[in-house]
Design a protein around this ligand. Structure first.
Ligand SMILES: [Zn+2]
Ligand SMILES: [Zn+2]
Length: 283
């Protein structure tokens, strides 16, 4: 399995000289399975570059799409994903819940008000896969879902490929929310147990709280504990705060690496950056 980050920013795009190294596009992750099937996780502004790359060759058929939830930073890139403007493109959107299934059906971005083209006038074939329940098969992998602690709800995904490689994508999620807990850290650790790559929301440092407590994002210290508890081989800190500049992310990378050496020497921690590709070995 090969995983490539095309957008790593949370909440809002942050172009400019202080974010140029980690990138300012909102979240979008490309997953290539053992059989070369393409799964796109989230459709933030990073999906524009991925679309342009895909246009250089024959398009995967279909292009599979999994979206964690409908907040703007996770969908706003969709109109600028070049393959949707091609008649021969086929996009397949997967949902686990009735709610996610219905939200896609609203196609709010393509209602004629938020973007000039309406859903019915998109040249590509854009379909919802039928709702099948708790396990979806995509190419050589099976995908499962876990609900996250986020205002309005969000879905986390685990992708287990036929060769044993696995990925967990958990964003947006607050590991210690102030109100009722949808899913505990222990439950998330079991869901992600032994994964080759755990990608998790890591938006906040203690200095960002308590003001942003309850906004649905996690403290990096708690994300490190989750990675260790889950025995993830690689932990990728993702969905960076829009006010975090490159120097701030460098400090987070150094602190996280030092923590891992002291507390979880088997785990490698990376700070997700645009263009970063990780190969996840099979078993
Ligand atoms: Zn978000
Ligand atoms: Zn969100």
């Amino acid at each position: 399995m090969r995983v490539t980050f095309h957008g790593v920013r949370g909440s809002v795009p942050t172009p400019g000289p202080t974010t140029v190294r980690y990138g300012g596009n909102t979240v979008c992750v490309e997953v290539r399975l053992a059989d070369d099937t393409l799964i796109i996780l989230d459709a933030g502004t990073g999906i524009r570059k991925l679309g342009n790359q895909l246009m250089q060759g024959p398009l995967p058929d279909p292009i599979h799409l999994l979206v964690t939830h409908g907040h703007w930073d996770h969908i706003i890139g969709a109109p600028f994903f070049a393959p949707i403007w091609r008649k021969d493109a086929h996009l397949l959107f997967h949902a686990f819940t009735q709610l996610a299934h219905e939200r896609f059906g609203k196609r709010v971005l393509f209602d004629g008000e938020h973007f000039p083209v309406r859903a019915a006038d998109i040249p590509a074939t854009v379909e919802r896969a039928p709702l099948v329940g708790e396990l979806i098969r995509i190419g050589s992998a099976q995908v499962t879902r876990i609900p996250l602690n986020h205002p309005g709800g969000a879905d986390g995904f685990r992708i287990d490929d036929a060769d044993g490689a696995s990925l967990c994508y958990l964003t947006d999620n607050e590991l210690s929310p102030p109100g009722p807990v949808t899913t505990t850290l222990g439950e998330l650790a079991r869901f992600a147990h032994g994964t080759g790559l755990l990608i998790h929301d890591a938006q906040y440092l203690p200095s960002d709280l308590p003001h942003k407590h309850g906004w649905g994002h996690s403290l990096i210290d708690e994300v490190l504990v989750l990675g260790k508890t889950a025995e993830a081989r690689v932990l990728a800190l993702h969905h960076h705060d829009p006010d975090r500049d490159d120097a701030g992310l460098d400090r987070i990378a150094a602190d996280a690496a030092a923590w891992a050496i002291a507390h979880a020497p088997e785990m490698r921690v990376v700070v997700a950056a645009e263009g970063l590709s990780l190969d996840i070995p099979g078993k």
